[in-house]
Write a protein of this length. Sequence first.
Lengths: 158, 754
Amino acid sequence: MAGVAVSTTINGDAVEYLCQPDETLLEVLRDRLGLTGAKEGCGTGDCGACSVIVDGRLVCSCLVLGAEAEGRKVETIEGMAHGDQLHPLQQKFLEHAALQCGICTPGFLIAAKDLLEKNPSPTEEEIRFGLAGNLCRCTGYDKIVRAVQDAAEVMKGA
Amino acid sequence: MNFDPRYSGRNFSSVGTRPIRPDGIDKVTGRARYGADFNMAGQLVGRILRSPHAHAVIKKIDTSKAEKLAGVKAVITAKDLPDLTDGDAAMYDILDNSMARTKALYDGHAVAAVAAIDARIARQALKLIEVDYEVLPHITDVDEAAQHHAPLINDQIFTEGLEEKPAKPSNVTKRTQFGHGDVHKGFAQADFIVERSFKTEQTHQGYIEPHACVASVNPDGTADLWVCTQGHFVYRQHCAQLLGLEASKLRVTSSEIGGGFGGKTHVWAEPVALALSRKAGRPVKLVMTRDEVFRASGPTSATSIDVKIGARKDGTITAAEATLRYSCGPYAGSWAEIGAMTAFACYNLENVKTVGYEVLVNRPKTAAYRAPSAPMAAFAVESAVDELAHELGMNAVDFRIKNAAQEGTRASYGPVYGPIGIGPTLEAVKNHPHMKAPLKANQGRGMACGFWFNFGGQTCTDLNIGMDGSVSLAVGTVDVGGSRASLSLVAAEELGIDYSQVKAIVADTSSLGYNDMTDGSRGTFSSSMATISAARNAIKILRDRAAQMWDIPVDDVVWEKGHAIAKGEKYGNLSPLSLKDIAAKSGTTGGPIAGHSELVADGAGVSFATHICDIEVDPETGATRVIRYTVVQDAGKAVHPTYVEGQYQGGAAQGIGWALNEEYIYGKDGRLQNAGFLDYRIPVCSDLPMIDTQILEIPNPNHPYGVRGVGETSIVPPLAAIANAVSNAVGVRMTHIPMSPPRILAALDAEREG
């Protein structure tokens, strides 16, 4: 099977790759580009562990084809911190212990970043519904919601 | 000097604080490496072919077409995993579960596997494997399977634990009994008796990370296994035995683990990955799909439980009895036995009897799930306790306080309790503002208690002090929820240094002695005990080195707040030496400084919790909403309180899912119908409120800092607390978990029809 040549931007860097027509963006990120921060929890778009942002839109990368990234801008967890400066969400997740096993954390951080960019002052209910596409089995979500609330405050003050 | 594990009251400096975990940055930046995030040179992709039938004889497997497909490097069946278990029935079951030998015993049972150069070819190869099945009658319901006429899953099994060996084989593998006193006499003394039957459906641990490993077997018999597991030492033993490898030549490295909750205490596909690697002569990565995780790993038991409790008018329970039937999947287990032990553990009972029956069904092998077997027993017992309190006209909390176990109580499962937390958690709940908050229409409040044993077990830990004075702590218990932070705190506490000077890691099986797995809430309990012991051994050496530096007798050197201090007036001119000072000179005073510890952590203190919840029920649809939830639990000593809270909240959330939504749904064909997160719905963020926690600290006398395990107990009360809340909201006793909308509506309809 011939590969598809793709030129895209990932975390601000120009990237080119060949992928199969049926290969998902998640497979490309993990297996071809070594960006293993996005996780496969289900492969069916139910758990959100593979969340990335494509052209400003939050998506499950397991439901997007690698070929669809052509000409787009992809943001993954690996691009969330600026150098050694953690994003406020990353810092607040640490401070609030909003992760236990941490497998869902990259997806939650990406989804929360997307949420706060669209709604800088969400209510608790808006946070809960905004993150309802991401499954966490460890925390009961309490500390995740608090971390996002705290990060929103910090980001408003910035 | 032997290590003294007894509790001694002390003022803590590090323990009880809430620093950021040492593995935190890797986890928020995507750098942490989980099971599927590791690769080896020349690695192949492994895939497993699974039975579509619930019960079938495997007559023939033809792998020839798959073997001929370009890019396929190995195809294996059970023939490639010969039976080396030497009469060990439990290991044989693990082997058979890894790869079916003569019969497929459930939908999803592995029958063959391939290793190929990529996933696409591996998937194609699976389609080319031809399996000739003879489909047999199957059974998936726990009550039906226990009947005499049910299809037999294993005709070699005769019920154990009966007075006489039965003449016929049965799906009931074992009967166990616990208790004391005379329940007949006790029921005769009762003024009120409640007797009810309950059912709970099968649930999955639902860890977000599917099982994943990379196996590499070399021609010289050495091998490496990278795997997400709760116990890499146990995985090493099991895999080595099943593959015929020497354990010392198989190095197992535990990856970061994306949730386990008991489900990653059992080997599943790891022996298959090793067998594929051995046959192909190349490393093999094997990652389960979510569908495979549901169909072929980890669910808990489905249960059917009868409870009878009697009490006098004054509220004293006179007798309590329960019969518990737990499904085990197709292999013998001890799940009902654990349920029978835990069922009445919260209470001080004169007459108590519990009987457990282990039942085989054509479902995946039952695996541990957080306080395994206890939540279902607690659901049945705590529902009946609530109903009895209601009949007596007593407040549900007061009734429990009156009958609660205390220090000196003989537990229903045998031992006599030391200092325990059931009474204090009940008193805390009684006085909690949550209990006094007003309820609106269609809302109900419920509360319930829960118990878990907690385990200790074999533990080995190394503490190495670098020449810069930093401390590396190598532990052998996998970190499932922040234990590297809590163990670093313990090392800092015992050495008297700052938390930032310590870094804990989880060592592989070749770097440290044997450790039992992270189960039974033992990770922080047992590894902290071993860490304290290792630190005390290191302090002995630090004192000795300081004595050398000062040229004074070591007996004159004491260790206080991270410093060696020369005791006595004659040493007035000697300034204390810090750990850093001593470490800096270690090269000239005898070499590296380290503390080692190997021990069996006995005396894990039992754990109790009491939960409160408010539920709103829509009487039109049967839909439920959790309005408020409070967890009160004894931690012994909370080493890192934030992660203790996290355990309380996480267990409660899993219990909420179990109580209201989650269940395995099998069709008449014996196939699992909801093997995905869309149809097996675990709670999402918008389903839950904040989960309030209250940590009580009743020191465990068998741990230097008083620590008890905290991980599991929090999943024990929710099923019952929520059932009591729903029952109070709708005025009908709920007896079947999960209380999904159709089940609540059916209960309401049944009540209306009388």
